[in-house]
Design a protein around this ligand. Structure first.
Ligand SMILES: [Zn+2]
Length: 233
């Protein structure tokens, strides 16, 4: 389409992962170099390991999945999150949809919510990255998007500044349900990164408490000790 062609000149296509130019009109979203080094989270990765075995927590979500290992997309996520590269969010959502489509999760779930950032962070950042992802993903998958399904009413400290047990304390009672009836609903929680699972588990807890039947999560990246690193996420 002519509009895509024109847009290419205004916003030359860049690799979603490393940000390098991929060439006018190429339509390429991931450059050759990144495509060769793609690092996905293993299929048998246990997202509940830290929650159950290290923190001794009850797990409130049924299951979930992330696409990439955080180390592979760290720089890209920073561009998306801190420099407001929103076009990246659209690409992330497309990648997530394609990657998760065969898991059957979009048939199982009937609505999508996200982990909101705090009001203060929203003021400085200007947009909510997980909300952006969730909205795009809802649009692509055709699943109902609940913009204020989960509310954050505690201005929590960024989780990457905290030790494991502090992360759980930090998010405890930080969330509540918005003006929506989740009774018997099957909900997908969307976030950009899964680390210990403390935040998503807390959101899943309030959803279950308010009557949600099943809770899943989908994230763009995952990081943590079990992924062989002590990445500062
Ligand atoms: Zn690249």
């Amino acid at each position: 389409m002519i509009i895509d062609y024109l847009l290419d000149f205004v916003f030359p296509p860049r690799c979603v992962i490393c940000g390098e130019l991929t060439g006018y009109g190429s339509g390429i979203k991931i450059c050759e170099k990144c495509a060769e080094n793609t690092s996905y989270v293993e299929n048998d990765w246990d997202y509940t390991f830290t929650l159950r075995n290290k923190a001794g927590k009850h797990v409130y979500f049924e299951c979930g999945k992330a696409v990439f290992k955080y180390s592979f997309v760290k720089k890209s996520i920073e561009r998306f999150k801190y420099y407001g590269a929103r076009s990246l969010g659209r690409e992330y959502a497309r990648i997530m949809f394609n990657y998760f489509e065969n898991t059957g999760i979009f048939e199982k779930a009937d609505c999508i919510v996200y982990v909101p950032i705090s009001k203060n962070r929203y003021k400085t950042r200007g947009f909510d990255q997980a909300g952006y992802l969730a909205k795009e993903l809802a649009q692509i998958s055709g699943i109902e998007f609940i913009p204020k399904g989960i509310l954050r009413h505690k201005d929590t400290v960024p989780q990457n500044k905290l030790k494991l047990h502090e992360r759980f304390e930090n998010v405890k009672d930080a969330f509540s349900i918005g003006n929506f009836n989740f009774t018997d609903r099957k909900v997908i929680i969307v976030d950009d990164i899964f680390t210990t699972g403390s935040t998503i588990n807390e959101c899943a807890r309030v959803l279950k408490k308010s009557g949600a039947k099943e809770v899943y999560f989908l994230t763009f990246a995952a990081a943590g000790e079990n992924l062989g690193s002590d990445e500062d996420v």
